[in-house]
Write a protein that binds this ligand. Structure first.
Ligand SMILES: *Cc1c(COP(=O)(O)O)cnc(C)c1O
Length: 246
């Protein structure tokens, strides 16, 4: 597939570097407020719709983890990525697509059913690897979102934990977007408590929560990995839908 991205302007590159510096500053301040060390936080750059040129710029400036949402988009771009960054899958994953990425990612963050966990386990076994995964929790309880409920989590953790070729390293969540910081804190605190409770069932070390609009609150509530897209790369541009035939 041809690279459909136009070359980036100097101004675009400069803007990404400035935003990256701002994000690091915000992470440091949130850590200071919470008595945490910034080295506890992994900054993931979320790459959907972003050109490989800008992604590589971030990698060249120390971003070491990339987050991919879409299998096809990742497969079309990955040949151009600097190999020094590790790539994790964070989007909704259909079981029939697992094989296409199993040997091209270092973690799958979006496991929300035993069915998917089993498909990853099987594909990992065929590769002779153990795939680290996170279980995605629907902490906001929205019916439209992916992720399992807090009530179903202990069962999935036990069942997925028994599979030989995956290893459950932690939890991930995408809460309902809100600009209200006290709501953000309330949701992330619920997630933090769940994470602590689950430590009794399995040794978890990653709590993936916080995106462009809420990562400072997430860090104050114990996030160990924040997934940042638009605050780093700018607003996402989705191509307009094809013209209607009517
Ligand atoms: C797009 C996306 C992000 C980043 O969103 P921003 O608000 O642009 O930071 C994080 N996590 C997941 C799962 C996403 O799909």
């Amino acid at each position: 597939m041809a690279n459909e991205f136009a070359p980036c302007t100097e101004a675009q590159k400069q803007a990404v570097l400035e935003r990256l510096a701002d994000i690091r500053q915000n992470i440091a301040e949130s850590c200071a407020a919470a008595g945490r060390d910034p080295s506890e936080i992994t900054l993931m750059a979320v790459t959907k719709t972003v050109s490989p040129e800008l992604i590589n710029l971030a990698v060249n400036h120390g971003v070491s983890v990339l987050g991919e949402n879409r299998v096809q988009e990742y497969l079309s771009k990955r040949a151009e990525y600097r190999s020094s960054a590790e790539v994790q899958f964070i989007g909704h994953l259909q079981t029939n697509k697992v094989k296409q990425i199993i040997d091209k990612v270092s973690m799958i963050q979006s496991v929300d059913s035993l069915h998917l966990a089993e498909a990853i386990d099987k594909a990992a076994s065929q590769q002779g690897i153990i795939m680290p995964v996170l279980l995605e929790v629907n902490i906001g309880g929205e019916t439209s979102k992916s992720g399992i409920s807090a009530e179903e989590l202990p069962t999935l953790l036990k069942e997925a934990g028994a599979l030989k070729n995956i290893r459950v390293d932690g939890l991930m969540t995408i809460p309902p977007p809100t600009a209200d910081e006290s709501e953000q804190i309330q949701t992330f605190t619920a997630m933090q408590q769940l994470y602590q409770q689950m430590q009794q069932l399995a040794p978890l070390r990653i709590l993936s929560m916080g995106m462009s609009g809420d990562y400072p609150a997430a860090i104050r509530c114990g996030a160990t990995l924040v997934r940042i897209g638009s605050a780093l790369f700018g607003a996402r541009f989705y191509p307009p839908p094809a013209p209607s035939l009517i």
